[in-house]
Design a protein around this ligand. Sequence first.
Ligand SMILES: [Zn+2]
Length: 83
Amino acid sequence: MFRCHFCQQVTPPRTTRHSVVIETREKTYESRRREPKRRRFQDREETGGDRGGSGVEIIQEVDACPECAAKHEATAKLQHTSD
Ligand SMILES: [Zn+2]
């Protein structure tokens, strides 16, 4: 049982809860180099460390009933297609 973010209806028990992402942002992760440490043994090869990259970061995720989740998905898809 939960309250749908979109229609504000409290769903009946056993309703599938859909998580809908309503806000994202692009995130780039800068590559990081490991701080060189003074080591006693040089036999280990230094790993590359964090190479960084990019991705999408979820800002806000809400609970939605199946109906609203479907609607939200439909509108999200509409943005990509021009009639
Ligand atoms: Zn709803």
